[in-house]
Design a protein around this ligand. Structure first.
Ligand code: UDP
Length: 314
């Protein structure tokens, strides 16, 4: 039975990855320090013998006894509000945490896939974003702690690949959504859904003309699975190229939730908020045979079912 370590296991993406790899017949070791994750996301796995859980901060030396075949490094605060609140932890998990896990991969002869982000493109001057674009990042702005940590993550991952022949994979994740997103993580989808359900104003930042391209979590997980199994060590964009303005996105959520008390309201645009974002997924298509399958209408329906429940029980 292959054995895989998943860091950030109690988070939104990490918990879906645990589910998927257990389904694929892996022994899964979930690791988290619960800074932004929640055991609610993985409590259904605790009775399974295929699942082990270690409470640990990967910014400190990581010890895992026994055989290890694969590592998925998904630990990090990931919403702009979270990494603004926790700038040092964000830098440490992206830098020191990645270093520790690459060292573990080297010593265990394990293949490691690290989670990078579309934030490495910053406020992009090339649209849509191809992997060849180097980005437009402000290192000392509020998003710099995340963007530069992830850029360092990519650099040190390539260094371990080149200097030590570690089998490495780098995914650049674009905006992803689905069940288990934290209601109050500050990201646009949990904010809009919870506000619409409660009959509050949906907080559109700026005039809402900035764009994002939202990928449903099951599609992302499939992309991660295929990338891990591939032999491609350069970064690969995984995301849904279906681009929409934030204002239109708010209108879609309003139409779905259909609460007459809810409406769009406008707030200041955060500093360095990227004006556009859309992945070029030619590489994912050609190398992995991957493309998203779940439309936004379908994905939003499924996600609404989740938020209805969690907002009600808050
Ligand atoms: N946004 C918004 N209202 C919110 C939260 C976010 O209008 O309550 C906007 C934000 O300014 C950005 C987009 O939605 O342009 C996506 O923000 P999010 O925090 O989800 O992630 P980002 O893509 O910026 O990392």
């Amino acid at each position: 039975m292959p054995r895989i370590l998943i860091t950030g296991a109690a988070g939104f993406l990490g918990s879906h990855l645990c589910d998927r790899f257990i389904k694929e017949g892996f022994q899964v070791i979930g690791m988290d320090n619960l800074l932004t994750g929640s055991l609610d996301n993985i409590k259904h796995l605790f009775p399974l013998k295929e699942f082990e859980y270690y409470h640990h901060d990967v910014s400190k030396f990581v010890h895992v006894p026994g055989q290890l075949d694969y590592i998925l490094h998904f630990a990090s605060p990931a919403s702009p509000i979270d990494y603004l609140k926790m700038p040092i932890q964000t830098l440490k998990v992206g830098a020191l945490g990645t270093h520790n896990l690459l060292g573990l991969a080297l010593s265990k002869k394990a293949r490691i896939l690290v989670a990078s982000t579309s934030e490495v493109y910053g406020d992009p001057l090339v649209h849509p974003q191809t992997e060849e674009y180097w980005g437009n990042v402000n290192p000392v702005g509020p998003r710099g702690v995340y963007d530069e940590a992830k850029r360092f993550l990519e650099a040190i991952t390539m260094a371990y690949h080149n200097a030590h022949q570690v089998e490495t994979r780098i995914i650049r994740i674009f905006n992803t959504y689905g069940p288990r997103m934290r209601v109050n993580d500050g990201r646009v989808l949990p904010a809009f859904f919870s506000q619409a359900i409660r009959g509050e104003g949906l907080t559109v930042f700026g005039d809402g003309s900035q764009t994002r391209s939202f990928c449903y979590v099951d599609d992302l997980v499939e992309g991660i699975y295929r990338l891990l199994k591939s032999d491609y060590a350069q970064p690969v964009n995984i995301g849904n190229p279906d681009e929409i303005t934030i204002k239109e996105f708010g209108e879609e959520v309003l139409a779905l939730v259909n609460n007459p008390a809810a409406k769009l309201t406008y707030k200041d645009l955060p500093v360095d908020d990227p004006k556009v974002r859309r992945p070029d997924i030619t590489k994912a298509r050609d190398i992995l045979g991957w493309e998203p399958k779940v439309s936004r209408a379908e994905g939003l329906n499924r996600t609404y079912e989740y938020f209805k429940e969690v907002v009600k029980t808050e």
